[in-house]
Write a protein that binds this ligand. Structure first.
Ligand SMILES: NC(=O)c1ccc[n+]([C@@H]2O[C@H](COP(=O)([O-])OP(=O)(O)OC[C@H]3O[C@@H](n4cnc5c(N)ncnc54)[C@H](OP(=O)(O)O)[C@@H]3O)[C@@H](O)[C@H]2O)c1
Length: 269
C-alpha cells in the first residue's frame, strides 16, 4: 500500500492499456486517486483492480468513446465539476503507418477526433477550474513524429505536432495562473499501439523500442524537473533546447509589411 499523501485525483484517458495503464499505476503510487477513461470496460476493470490492490487508492472507471460527442461531453463534465481533479493526462490516441494514397480519409478524420479534438476539448474543460483553484496539471501525450513528421502516417504526425503546439501554448497562457502543461514525446514504445497501426512493434529493431514502463518513468521525471516538453528517447537534452531557441528566434523575424527580397526579385522578373 502506498504511504504517499493524497495528491488529488488524476483523470487518465486511454488507461485501459499501454502507456495509460502504466500512468495509472505510477500516479496511484505517487498518491493520486484515479479516474480511468477508455472504451474497453473489461480492460479498464483489470487496470483498476491491479492499481487498487497494489496502491490502495480510489479508482473510478468511465467507459467512454472519445470519438463520440456525447461520451466526450460526459468526460468534459467530470473535469468541469469534480473539484478533486488536479491532473489530466490526455493519453488516448492511435496511429497509422500507411502513406496518404493508401489511407482511408474516414479513418484519418477519426484519428483527428481522438488525437486532436478530444484532448483539446478536455484541456478546455480542465483549464478554467484549474485556474479558479489556482493549480492543476495537464499532461498531453504527443510523439517524436510530431517533429519527425515524415516518419509515419502524415495525419498521425500532424496530429502530434498539434498536441505539442497546443501544449506549448497552454504553458504560455496558463503557467502564470498556476497551471502546468507538459507535452510528452515518446519514440517507439512497446504497446498495442503498433498492432492497431498495422505494424506490431516486434517488427521494429529492438534497439529503438522503449518499454512503456521506462517511457512513463522518464516522462514523470521530466514533469518533476519542471519540463514543458519531455522527450524520453532523446539522449542529449541540449538538442531540444537549441531547437526551441532557433524556433523562438525565427518567430521574431516575421513582422514585415514587405515580402522577402528573394520573392520581390522573382515577382519583378
Ligand atoms: N506506442 C508508441 O510507440 C507511441 C509513440 C508515441 C506516442 N504514442 C502515443 O501514446 C498514447 C498511448 O498509446 P499506447 O502506445 O499506450 O497505445 P495503446 O496501448 O493502443 O493505448 C491506446 C489507448 O487509447 C485508448 N483509446 C483509443 N481510442 C479511443 C477512443 N475512441 N476512446 C477512448 N479511448 C480510446 C485505448 O483504449 P480502448 O481501446 O479501450 O478505448 C487505449 O487505452 C497515444 O496517444 C499514442 O499516440 C505512442
Amino acid at each position: 500500500m502506498s504511504q504517499q499523501q493524497n495528491k488529488g485525483t488524476a483523470l487518465v484517458t486511454g488507461a485501459s492499456s499501454g502507456i495509460g495503464a502504466i500512468y495509472a499505476d505510477r500516479l496511484a503510487a505517487r498518491g493520486y486517486d484515479l479516474i480511468l477513461v477508455a472504451r474497453n470496460e473489461e480492460r479498464l476493470h483489470d487496470v483498476a483492480d491491479r492499481v487498487q490492490r497494489t496502491h490502495g487508492r480510489g479508482v473510478t472507471i468511465v467507459q467512454a468513446d472519445l470519438g463520440a460527442r456525447d461520451d466526450l461531453a460526459r468526460v468534459e463534465a467530470i473535469l468541469r465539476t469534480d473539484a478533486s481533479i488536479t491532473l489530466l493526462v490526455n493519453n488516448a490516441g492511435f496511429g497509422a503507418v500507411t502513406p496518404l494514397l493508401e489511407s482511408d480519409v474516414d479513418r484519418m478524420t477519426q484519428m483527428i477526433d481522438i488525437n486532436v479534438t478530444a484532448p483539446t476539448r478536455l484541456a478546455y474543460a480542465a483549464a478554467p477550474p484549474f485556474v479558479a483553484r489556482g493549480g492543476g496539471t495537464i499532461v498531453n501525450i504527443a510523439s517524436t513524429v510530431g517533429i519527425g513528421i515524415e516518419i509515419m502516417n502524415g495525419v498521425y504526425g500532424a496530429s502530434k505536432a498539434y498536441v505539442l503546439a497546443l501544449t506549448q501554448s497552454l504553458h504560455h497562457e496558463l503557467a502564470s495562473k498556476g497551471v502546468r502543461a507538459q507535452a510528452v514525446l515518446p519514440g517507439a514504445t512497446a504497446t498495442d499501439f503498433w498492432d492497431t497501426a498495422g505494424l506490431p512493434h516486434e517488427n521494429l529493431p529492438a534497439a529503438m523500442v522503449m518499454r512503456a514502463e521506462d517511457m512513463v518513468d522518464a516522462a514523470l521525471a521530466g514533469l518533476d524537473a519542471g519540463e514543458v516538453v519531455t522527450i524520453p528517447p532523446l539522449q542529449d537534452g541540449n538538442d531540444w533546447i537549441e531547437y526551441e531557441a532557433t524556433r523562438k528566434a525565427l518567430a521574431q523575424r516575421f513582422a514585415h509589411a514587405t515580402p522577402g527580397e528573394r520573392y520581390l526579385a522573382r515577382a519583378a522578373a
